[in-house]
Ligand binder design. Sequence first.
Ligand code: NAG
Ligand code: ZN
Length: 395
Amino acid sequence: MSSAYRSLRGCLSMMCLGLLFLLPAQAYEKLSDDTLRALPRPGRDFDIHNGALLSPILQTRVPGTAGHTAVLQHFVDFFQTTLPKWEIEFQNSTAKTPISKGKDVPFINFIATRDPPGARVGDVERLTLVAHYDSKLEPKGFIGAIDSAAPCAMIMHAMRSIDDALDRKWAAMKAQGIDPSLEEQRGIQVFFLDGEEAFKDWSTSDSLYGARAMAESWDHQMYPATSTFKTPLSAISLFVLLDLLGSKSPYIQSYYPTTHWAYQGLGTLEQRLRSMKLLKAGSGEPWFIDSSKDSHQIKPYGGIQDDHIPFLARGVEILHLIDFIPFKGFPPVWHTSKDDGEHLDMDTTEDWSVLVTAFAAEWMELEGYFDLLEHKLRDEGIEAEVVRLNKKTEL
Ligand SMILES: *[C@@H]1O[C@H](CO)[C@@H](O)[C@H](O)[C@H]1NC(C)=O
Ligand SMILES: [Zn+2]
């Protein structure tokens, strides 16, 4: 159980109600070194040719084409098979594009959500992990590995890696007589957004098709009147957008003072994982270059247009994880035919998935709920036992 819950219960019993109002809205609990060591790496599931998570996304997936449908189906299959407790929904829209000759093109946003058991809709805030899954029409055959096949796979791996710990945490709360539906108001969700890319030239009307439709629609869906939150949009506690990740030595700026503390959480995790030799990409420059600045010192260069924009415009808290060097730009493969599986830096791509796992685990306060035994057995080389334990969770 988190320290926040412990103090909340202590407070209630002592009737120290004044203190109740001081409880942080966003508790965030650090993972121990042992837990960091136990976090799984995606390993062969990120194999670009036949890995279960990443390889099915590494194909052209332009909205309205067969490749696009296949990738969407891959997400559905993954959640239905591996994460059956997650609720899947779609947010659909249509729009004309500069090349659709007056015809409507369908855009389908994929949403997967996991809330505490029994929680009332409208009372749960959700950490929201986001990447776009469509690919750019040109150059012909464009795969978009960093843009954003790899970010989608990183999120899938992270959600798979924390799912059992979520179960254990909520079961432990119940066992201690705490009703998770009343006292745990924290859930988690994934958006795989459609139509991020422009079909012709990037403009406010030719780009972000899925994100614009989604932000608009969720801003108008009202929760029941007595809910904590007004709309599903306002229930997003943090919108973490991953884009253009998977190249070597990423350069990640902090763009928003109000979410700088969350950025720093990631920066600290990066440092800890690096010093524990748990990052395969090794000892390069730090990725989270603004980590040691405080929130009013950050001066990010570049107003980058991306899927967060329609959400930002409606007041959603944003953490934008994008590899961008001021005056230099995005990674060299960006929007070229070189942005494919072969040009991913696999160590970096795997490291990202571990980092996202650790961040989600800290946000969801899962310290103490990971299965450290499995890791210990692996260390001791009891492979057969590990295989047996894994059988439940693997694809
Ligand atoms: C949205 O699109 C998906 C995928 O094509 C489809 O399965 C679903 O029924 C659609 N949902 C709505 C509400 O139209
Ligand atoms: Zn792109």
